[in-house]
Design a protein around this ligand. Sequence first.
Ligand code: ATP
Length: 308
Amino acid sequence: MANALNRVVVRAPGKINLSLAVGAVDDRGYHSLATVFQAVDVYETVTATQQDELTLSVDSDVPGEVPLDGSNLALRAAELLRSERGVTAGAALHVHKQVPVAGGMGGGSADAAAVLVALDRLWGLELPAEELRELGSRLGADVPFAMLGHTALGRGTGADLTTALTHGEWTWLLAFPGGHLSTPAVYRRHDEIARSVGRVLPEHPEIEELQFQALSSGDAPLLGRTLHNDLQSAAFALHDGLEPVVEHAQRAGAYGAMVSGSGPTVAVLVEDREHAQEIGEELRAARLVDSYLVARGSAAGASVLDAG
Ligand code: ATP
């Protein structure tokens, strides 16, 4: 095991879900999922420095509580890599957060992805990318995608990813209506709704196919029409500030708008930055959102920015 580096800096992107199909629950209580992820240029940056102990510090450009104990995904990723590879070294991990906390944009997962990539380098492990992604999938279904980046269809536990061919860039208004949505509560409500309409395993490969077509031809209006989230009805039911945001964006001429993942972030696909800014300001003036940001996809997955 080579051990030459003192410090490694890695950044990993947040994501949105262009489509999310939620299926049945397995023995372990996990839902089967099929989702088209897109990484956006909003990043978490992890700096890993050699030291004997494993420690974590966090600074953040975004509001929200982030645990600093062993429940933090960054530390869990480090512990997993240590125990899997029999590493005795430690590291000082510092996370700089820019992805909104608990917004359904996978910030914690991006931290875990960045830590796995950073420590693989710092500790001289040189694991193949697939192995790192498999380890990541044990921490959460969004982790392998944060390593891969760009746009991809994900199935199962998250390590099964198929990259989509994309043409051009996509401009997103990410609107934050305030308030919180618990991911497990959204899934529970989704199950109640699905049971009440007798739907067990909704699969919609036709949506994924249309999205791949829109992505490869750079057809933003088509992509906008195909944005789909099985959890949206549940999110609307639990947070009454979401539907007005989606409706406003649609009336304002966006290509499409929907709740991203388990919310409460609303992702709005627009023509360009100016249009995003315009709709964002309207939403803020109408007090429908606390804040918003304008982002571009697709972004690269976890990448080493500096090592030395
Ligand atoms: P998910 O949809 O996977 O639940 P999210 O993308 O909505 O997550 P995150 O910011 O990743 O939101 O984190 C959700 C929760 O996970 C936080 O409220 C926090 O309590 C916990 N958490 C654990 N580790 C982290 C981390 N490194 N960064 C942010 N939150 C973390």
